[in-house]
Structures are given as C-alpha cells and as structure tokens.
Design a protein around this ligand. Structure first.
Ligand SMILES: NC(=O)c1ccc[n+]([C@@H]2O[C@H](COP(=O)([O-])OP(=O)(O)OC[C@H]3O[C@@H](n4cnc5c(N)ncnc54)[C@H](OP(=O)(O)O)[C@@H]3O)[C@@H](O)[C@H]2O)c1
Length: 273
C-alpha cells in the first residue's frame, strides 16, 4: 500500500509537483513520508510553500536513501546526470517510477546497475488540475504489487488506464501525452468558428471549452460508445448531421489518425536518441 511507503520525487517540476500535490490533497501519503528535489536552490522556497511538510532539497542521494519508491520526473536530457548521482544510493528492491518519455524500463534498471522493479508512466498536463490521463507499463522485474503502487500514485492526479505493453508507450505519448495540445487547438478553432458566426469571443471560448469538457464527461459517465452519443444528438435533416457530414468530408477522422501516427513515430525516434 502506498500509505506504507516513503516516496522520493526527483525533479519536482510541473508533473512531479502536481503528483505530490495530488497525493497530499487526497490524503494518500502523509507529507512526512515524501521527499522532493529540484536542481536549483532558488526553486526550493516556492516548492516548500506549495508542498507544506514535504522534505524539499537539491540533495538527490539524501532523498533516495531510505525511500521505498523513487519517482523520476526530470526531463530526459537531465536523466543521465541524475542517475549518476543516485546510483550508489538506491537500495535493492526499490520501486522506480518514471515519467521520462522514450526511456525504457530496461535502460533505467541497467543505468542503476540492478534488477530493480521499474514502472513507466505517461501522464499528461491535465494532471495539474487532477484530470490527467496516465498509462502505465511495467518493466521486467515489476510485479503486480509494484503496478498497484504505481496506479495509486497516478490516481492522485486523474485517471489511470489499464497497463499497456511497454512497446505501446510511444503510441500513448502520441495520443494522450501530446493530446492536450490537439484539444487546445480544437477549442481555439471552435472559438474562431463561433466568432465568425457573430458570437463575442469570450462567449464563444466559454461555450467551446464547456462543450469539450461536457462531451468528455458525458462519454465517461454514461460509458456509452461515442457514436451512440453522437447519434442521440443527430436529428434527421437537422443541423448536427449537416455538420457531421462536413467533418467527414473534410477528413477529421483520418486527420487525427495521421496526426497521432506522426507523433508516435516522433516519440519512437526521440527514444532511439
Ligand atoms: N509535461 C507533460 O505533459 C509530460 C507528460 C508526460 C510525461 N512528461 C515527462 O515528465 C518529465 C517531467 O516533465 P515536466 O513537464 O514536469 O518537466 P519540468 O517542469 O521541466 O520538470 C523537471 C524538473 O526536473 C528538475 N531537475 C532537472 N535535473 C535535476 C536534478 N539533477 N536533480 C533534481 N531536479 C532536477 C528541474 O529543476 P530545475 O528547474 O530546478 O532545474 C525541473 O523543475 C519529463 O521527462 C517529461 O518527458 C511530461
């Protein structure tokens, strides 16, 4: 159980800080059982204010010593230096969680010089408002209990989907990791569309944002297939079917399929270095 663990979050930037914040808010883990690090001393005061009671420092080895779960949330370009710092201090059996895009569980275990249980996770930025979408992939030495702990950590900031095989993490990156940017573009485009029809911009943006949020919530809460929900609002000869036909003609579906394919391929390329 997560409550029995001591957690070290290395690189508490956007994602790391959001996760610790979520764990504290949800009462999943007492602050006294959490350590969080940053590289820059200047960032520590703000972090302390944000995460009251959490042991905040720039000392990665100290954070790792005695931690049963180590969550790595630095950027991929900073991971080698970080692993060099902590290699000697990670106890056997420590669960290593990583949100690093493109860095495999095998690479992490090998870099730490032990057959450690490693679980990879790909969250997204809505984690900042507890609405993240996270997929997790266990490495070779991670068992069910490790996956359960990883789920508990990421449930603090949103939804966690079933675990996926590790080779699909590039697809997850291309879909939900990068996905918020696509939806922001959809909101922007809908806003412009409303403005073109004469709506004041603020009104149009508010309607667009709430429509995206409401449609997602309706799909989640009813559990209905999106096509059924769409059919329910598509009156014969009406406005919605007119719009749906135009979206099909403009290739909405194939545009998203190609978009996610390209982002997935880019994630693969970045992972190969
Ligand atoms: N943002 C996303 O949507 C998203 C989604 C999925 C996965 N990810 C992955 O999650 C990771 C974190 O992303 P992010 O957006 O949270 O990045 P971020 O805001 O830049 O946070 C990373 C933090 O790591 C700290 N850091 C770097 N080297 C360090 C070291 N040696 N010791 C301690 N702290 C160190 C940096 O601290 P200083 O600023 O003090 O240098 C920085 O605040 C990345 O690997 C990214 O690929 C991000």
């Amino acid at each position: 159980m997560l409550r029995d663990q001591t957690l070290a979050v290395l690189g508490a930037g956007n994602i790391g800080r959001a996760l610790v914040g979520g764990l504290l808010r949800g009462g999943d883990l007492p602050a006294g059982q959490i350590r969080a690090t940053r590289r820059s001393e200047d960032a520590l005061d703000a972090l302390r204010q944000h995460l009251p009671g959490v042991d905040v420092s720039t000392d990665n080895p100290a954070a790792v010593r005695g931690a049963s779960v180590v969550l790595v949330t630095v950027k991929p370009q900073n991971v080698d230096a970080l692993l060099d710092e902590i290699r000697e201090h990670v106890a056997p059996g420590t669960l290593v969680l990583s949100t690093l895009a493109g860095v495999t569980t095998a690479t992490l275990a090998q870099a730490l010089g032990q057959d450690l249980p490693v679980v990879r996770a790909m969250p997204n930025t809505p984690a900042l408002v507890d609405e993240g979408a996270t997929a997790i992939a266990p490495g070779a030495h991670a068992g069910d209990a490790h996956v359960a702990l990883a789920r508990e950590v990421f449930l603090a900031v949103g939804g966690v989907v079933e675990e996926v095989p590790e080779h699909l993490m590039d697809a997850v990156t291309g879909l939900s990791g990068s996905g918020p940017a696509y939806v922001f573009m959809v909101i922007e485009a809908l806003t412009d569309a409303g403005v073109k029809q004469g709506l004041p911009r603020a009104v149009s943006r508010r309607l667009s944002m709430q429509t995206v949020l409401g449609a997602a919530r309706l799909a989640i809460e009813t559990g209905e297939h999106p096509a059924i929900l769409r059919d329910q609002v598509t009156t014969p000869g009406g406005t919605t079917i007119t719009a749906v036909a135009e979206l099909e003609k403009q290739g909405l579906r194939s545009m998203f399929i190609d978009t996610v394919a390209m982002a997935t391929e880019r994630s693969r390329q970045l992972g190969e270095g």
